[in-house]
Design a protein around this ligand. Structure first.
Ligand code: ADP
Ligand code: MG
Length: 256
């Protein structure tokens, strides 16, 4: 049975997409069958996995509107080793189109049922908002992975996300929980980052992943080659950290 995880944080530019594609590539590397679902109309996870969002015949938009199944909409760039249901700007319209439809928040969940036995992990890259798209992600997931930078305002934004997750848990998806907070773009030389990191551990205990993702330029360069950093430069510090994170996730699965 596939474990479904949303990579979510309503802030933009915090490392959601980088986490999604590199965790996917890391999991694929350690032998897991992985599907990435891009729920962001920007389509960065799609492009960053070597799939051209401009030429998609079927995308997650068609899946949400029930015009296509996962099996029909998925694509694979063999170099990256996982499947992708892509997204592009068309997805921005889904927000409005879904409003009048029934089960509007369960569309992704329904679609994933049919693909359940084909994957070990499904990773859903969420947009930087708490929108109907993100809600579809949260309703379909077993848990949420929250990438965050250890900055002063990081904790403030977190409370909105935690409240949303609590509400979805209470009303829509009793399976949902926070799997963990992932410290990303970490620079140990910056005292403030160390302090925020300590605060996180104090507040959230074992909900903070052991693995820390360092700030690493190779991770930022990789998307322009249509590759996750884990594939683009496996020996880089960033790639190694994401493979370690994939191993940590596999290890935690049995405890979830
Ligand atoms: P989000 O999906 O939350 O908007 P991204 O994953 O797109 O965030 O990351 C925002 C920017 O930061 C991108 O340009 C990305 O390449 C860069 N980035 C993400 N993680 C790292 C990292 N660990 N080291 C260096 N740059 C990073
Ligand atoms: Mg993104």
């Amino acid at each position: 049975m596939a474990r479904v995880f949303c990579i979510a944080n309503q802030k933009g530019g915090v490392g959601k997409t980088t986490t999604t594609v590199n965790l996917a590539a890391g999991l694929a590397r350690v032998g897991q069958r992985v599907l990435v679902v891009d729920l962001d109309p920007q389509g960065n996870a799609t492009m960053g996995s070597g799939i051209d969002k401009r030429t998609l015949e079927l995308s997650v938009y068609d899946v949400l509107l029930e015009n296509a199944t996962i099996a029909e909409a998925r694509q694979r760039n063999d170099q990256v080793g996982y499947d992708v249901v892509g997204a592009n700007r068309e997805l921005a319209g889904a927000e409005v189109e879904l409003v009048d439809l029934e089960r509007r928040d369960r569309r992704l969940k329904g679609a994933l049922v049919a693909a359940n036995d084909q994957y070990d992990f499904v990773l859903v890259d969420c947009p930087p908002s708490l929108s109907m798209l993100t809600l579809n992600g949260l309703c379909s997931a077993h848990g949420v992975i929250v990438p965050m930078q250890c900055e002063y305002f990081a904790l403030e934004g977190l409370s909105d996300l935690v409240n949303t997750i609590k509400q979805v848990h209470a009303n829509l998806n009793p399976d949902l929980k926070i799997i963990g907070l992932l410290r990303v773009m970490f620079d140990p030389r910056i005292t403030l980052q160390q302090q925020v990191s300590e605060q996180l551990k104090t507040h959230f205990g074992n909900k903070v992943f052991d693995t820390v993702i360092p700030r690493n330029v190779r991770l930022a360069e990789a998307p322009s080659y249509g590759l996750p950093g884990v594939i683009f430069d496996p020996s880089s510090k960033g790639a190694q950290a994401f493979v370690a994170f994939a191993q940590e996730m596999v290890g935690r699965i049995d405890l979830m």
